[in-house]
Design a protein around this ligand. Structure first.
Ligand SMILES: [Fe+2]
Length: 263
């Protein structure tokens, strides 16, 4: 049984589950695939406004519905925050949810672009004891072009979450190759589903762990799983060092040059 740190299961808040029935169906699939706990991370910032009280209320209602149906899944409140100008002010004002009320905060880059002042934001969060986690770095074209950016941010305390479906190849071979490169460079701290539904953007997490165990190593998978639990319990994560004997960019450089991508 394991924890999934990133999903869009709360009904009607974003582009995830549209209603309670869809959310319950997602929950049934999650539980059947071995997930016992999820952090619900509706989008906030950009096109979506879901402030913390609304998220917490939605979590409470969903948990009640799950308990009534006898679905063995625990839901914690969180956010996937698209980096925006007032992020820090809003966090300090209590408008944002960290993951399960922990010190960990899930961020995504707007349109995959690195906004100005991003490194400063990471620093300001760190000063306040908040540990930022970047969702799906593999999806950012800027990071694909300049993976060495990650090294600098990780040195400043950023943790990385790769999407399970990217690693399994469900979102294309290029994305899979880049995700694998990140994992092999010890640059990944979590796999998470980023589930939106049960058809396309689904849980994928069990498959991703199985694939990572084969292609990256069972120790790394154990670390991914343990790290997700540490977040849920608000415990300290001591990350493995990313590929220190070479620059991260060199470690990642196989993409796309040395990996033959067909189709
Ligand atoms: Fe997401």
């Amino acid at each position: 049984m394991y924890t999934d740190l990133h999903c869009h299961i709360l009904p009607g808040l974003d582009d995830g589950a549209p209603d309670l029935e869809a959310a319950l169906t997602m929950a049934e699939h999650a539980a059947a695939s071995g997930i016992s706990r999820v952090v619900a991370t509706p989008h906030h910032g950009g096109a979506y406004e879901n402030e913390a009280p609304a998220v917490r209320e939605a979590v409470e209602l969903l948990q009640q519905a799950l308990d009534r149906r006898g679905i063995a899944l625990t839901v914690l409140p969180g956010h996937e925050i698209r980096v925006y100008d007032r992020l820090l002010d809003d966090l300090l004002d209590g408008r944002l949810c960290t993951l399960g009320g922990s010190r960990y905060l899930l961020l995504e880059l707007p349109g995959g672009r690195v906004p100005g002042g991003f490194a400063e934001l990471l620093h300001e969060l760190g000063v306040r004891g908040i540990v930022p986690i970047l969702a799906h770095p593999e999806r950012s074209s800027e990071i694909q072009r300049r993976p060495e950016l990650l090294r600098e941010w990780m040195d400043g305390g950023l943790l990385l979450q790769v999407t399970a479906g990217a690693l399994t190849g469900d979102y294309g071979r290029r994305m899979q190759a880049f995700s694998l490169s990140l994992c092999r460079a010890n640059a990944v701290h979590f796999l998470a589903s980023d589930a939106h539904d049960v058809v396309v953007r689904k849980w994928h997490l069990a498959d991703a762990y199985a694939l990572a165990a084969r292609k990256v190593g069972p120790e790394q998978v154990a670390a991914y799983r343990a790290n997700a639990d540490y977040v849920a319990r608000d415990e300290v994560i001591v990350p493995a060092l990313p590929a220190r004997n070479m620059s991260l960019s060199r470690a990642l450089w196989p993409w796309p040059f040395n990996i033959r991508v067909k189709g």
